[in-house]
Design a protein around this ligand. Structure first.
Ligand SMILES: [Zn+2]
Length: 291
């Protein structure tokens, strides 16, 4: 059974229960991170997972609310390790490889200063040994990949493909992901306006994680070209024929109870399947409900 854990499903504005976007997807023997927005590492721990459990990170795009916690995640995964984890695999649209290298690349990465300190200073080597590590403290290993639409990666019982969606171009390339697993299909729209690419990506999915940033017809100037309101979110879900919809990326004005009720009502007028309202630490099982 695959399991999706909402680490956060908000926007750049901090709210008590919502800040940026990040998801943990447990599939087969692996824990995958989809986006790494603010406080994702903390939320991972609150969900009962460790940074060292994560084998791969996928970025939909490099807006800060989707990647700002990545330095924290990288250092935590390194610092908590006593060895044995595979090299971290990182995937995202260009320039993800450069972004990762400039953070954690040997010598050139801005975080490497701390890697050198923690792998050499007697205090840090002692801490490593006190946690169960043995011998020299190894530096972290990471392989980062710039990806394009099409097949991205796969593991035991799962594979993932990407499609370009319509959000912050030409400044940022923006992707959605389709994870095909033995337990079902999970699709992440990324941030996007409704478009044919995201409908095709989501076709027949067991679960679609799709953004909605405003009530129907209430998007501000410019937002319509780059994001989805409730009607757009529901239309994509309906046209793609997905079995369940999880609403993601709610800003403060949509997270209030009254607006939330209105949003769900608007979505249900267009999409007749089950609707899940994204909340931090919500867990969704895929493959156990027959959907
Ligand atoms: Zn964005």
């Amino acid at each position: 059974m695959a399991r999706l854990i909402v680490l956060s499903c908000g926007v750049p504005t901090p709210m008590p229960g919502r800040w940026g976007t990040a998801f943990a997807l447990q599939v087969g023997q692996e824990t995958l991170l989809v986006d790494c927005g603010p406080a994702a590492t903390l939320k991972l721990y609150q969900a009962g997972l460790r940074a060292t459990d994560v084998s791969r990170v996928f970025f939909t795009h490099l807006h800060s609310d989707h990647m700002a916690d990545f330095p924290c995640f990288l250092m935590t995964r390194f610092d908590m390790s006593i060895g044995g984890e595979p090299p971290l695999q990182v995937y995202g649209p260009p320039p993800t490889a450069e972004f990762a290298r400039k953070l954690m690349g040997p010598d050139e990465g801005l975080l490497w200063l701390d890697v050198v300190a923690r792998t050499n200073h007697v205090m840090s080597i002692g801490a490593y040994h006190s946690r169960g590590g043995a011998g020299d403290r190894p530096p972290p290993e990471m392989q980062a990949h710039d990806i394009e639409p099409g097949h991205v990666a796969g593991g035991d019982g799962w594979s993932v493909s990407a499609a370009e969606v319509r959000h912050a171009q030409p400044y940022l390339t923006c992707l959605g992901f389709r994870f095909e697993t033995d337990d079902g299909v999970i699709v992440f729209s990324g941030d996007t306006r409704p478009c044919d690419e995201v409908i095709e990506l989501a076709r027949g999915a067991d679960l679609l994680v799709m953004e909605a940033v405003a009530l129907a017809g209430r998007q501000w100037e410019g937002s319509r070209t780059a994001e989805s309101d409730t009607a757009g979110c529901a239309t994509v879900a309906a046209e793609a024929g997905v079995k369940r919809l999880l609403v993601n990326h709610q800003p403060p004005w949509l997270a209030e109870p009254q607006a939330r009720s209105q949003a769900i009502k608007e979505i249900c007028q267009i999409y007749d399947g089950p609707v899940l309202w994204g909340e931090e630490l919500l867990e969704v099982e895929i493959g156990s409900e027959g959907a």
